[in-house]
Design a protein around this ligand. Structure first.
Ligand SMILES: Cc1ncc(COP(=O)(O)O)c(C=O)c1O
Length: 359
């Protein structure tokens, strides 16, 4: 389809029962909480993939699970909610009136579409107020990133069997867990063995924390209940527009990923959702897999790299992570095919205001 001399490999995480890479960390987190005598897990979810994975993992170990789902995604993806409920979780559209954090947001904006930062505040508050409950996070933190490195380690072994090593590694980035998962083993080779692999994180122009944010200490949530982390951020009160890649609507990024970007070991780029859905549909038609809108950001970048290889006549090897399937995102595909989707990006004035608040 691309008529490119580049080889394109992808690691497919959507074959997991939960539909994405998120089960790689949901299972160990549920296991360790069970060992510690915890009875219930509270969490947030954007697109619903993390909530689905944690609901399933909690169910495997006989734990209860409460999910605060970002309201705009709750409305856009009703079947994600159904799936979490099938796996035994209770699911609320965040901001809720069940927590102080949620009530404070609703008092300011009763129509708030929610954000991951707000939903995290609600889930953390729920856990703090109930001693039998732990909070579980599906991205950003070091232990999550560590669990996800199984993606890159496996990909490396699989490529070794094929006799290849990638010159470019690509993944989408919300909080950074699937990106770090595929990238960190290759970063290790860059540092230890002097490999010159290009490693690219891809985010939406609507929520450009890596490409336009500031590298500073910030909170992981809206109500400032988490510790502060050194990361690229747009500010913990940033509420991104309701794009369909709900899992990428996070104001910050993993501290490990942020440090690597700051040190120039990885790169970041951003795309609008129209270019992303165009790539998603091309991929579906070529490969027969409907990708999650989040994962389609990586596909867009991989296609662009392959086209550049065609222009340059280079036989490159590109690896990207296909972090999840989009079978429960068909509403978004409907909107794209009907021409109803719009691009949105942070304008200069809004960005200047954000950066001024952060300095
Ligand atoms: C399929 C998929 N990919 C990517 C992400 C983004 O998360 P992360 O950056 O932690 O991989 C999500 C989050 O919900 C997701 O569902």
């Amino acid at each position: 389809m691309l008529d490119t001399p580049a080889r394109i490999y992808y690691k497919y995480e959507g074959a997991s029962p939960a539909g994405s890479h998120k089960l790689n960390t949901a299972i160990p987190q549920a296991y360790y909480n069970k060992q510690a005598g915890i009875k219930r897990l509270a969490t947030e979810t954007g697109a619903g993939q993390w909530g689905t994975a944690l609901a399933l993992a909690a169910n495997f170990f006989g734990l209860k699970c409460t999910v605060y789902m970002v309201k705009v995604s709750y409305q856009q993806k009703p079947y994600r909610r159904s799936l979490m409920q099938v796996f035994g979780a209770e699911v609320y559209a965040s901001p809720t009136d069940k927590t102080e954090a949620g009530r404070a947001v609703l008092a300011k904006d009763p129509d708030s579409p929610g954000s991951l930062g707000i939903a995290i505040s609600e889930a953390v508050e729920d856990a703090v107020k109930h001693p039998d409950t732990s909070y579980a996070l599906g991205s950003v933190l070091n232990h999550v990133v560590l669990h996800q490195t199984i993606i890159g380690l496996e990909a490396m072994k699989q490529l070794e069997k094929a006799g290849h090593y990638p010159d470019t590694v690509i993944a989408c980035s919300g909080g950074g867990s699937n990106f770090c998962g595929i990238a960190l083993p290759f970063v290790r080779d860059k540092i230890r063995e002097g490999k010159r692999t290009r490693i690219v994180a891809v985010e939406p122009t609507a929520c450009p924390s890596l490409t336009k944010g500031k590298f500073t200490y910030d909170f992981g949530d809206e109500a400032h209940l988490t510790p502060r982390m050194m990361m690229y951020t747009l500010g913990s009160d940033f509420v991104p527009p309701g794009i369909h890649a709900g899992g990428l609507r996070y104001h910050g990024a993993s501290p490990i990923e942020s440090q690597l970007l700051h040190d120039g070991l990885i790169e970041a780029k951003a795309y609008g959702q129209l270019a992303v859905f165009e790539a998603a549909v091309m991929f579906a038609r070529a490969e027969g897999i409907v990708p999650a809108p989040e994962s389609a950001h990586a596909i867009r970048a991989a296609i662009d790299e392959a086209m550049a290889a065609r222009e340059a006549g280079e036989k490159r090897t590109i690896l990207f992570n296909l972090s999840g399937h989009g079978f429960l995102d068909l509403g978004a595909y409907d909107a794209y095919l009907a021409g109803e989707l719009q691009d949105s990006s942070l304008d200069d004035a809004a960005l200047a205001e954000i950066l001024a608040k952060l300095s």
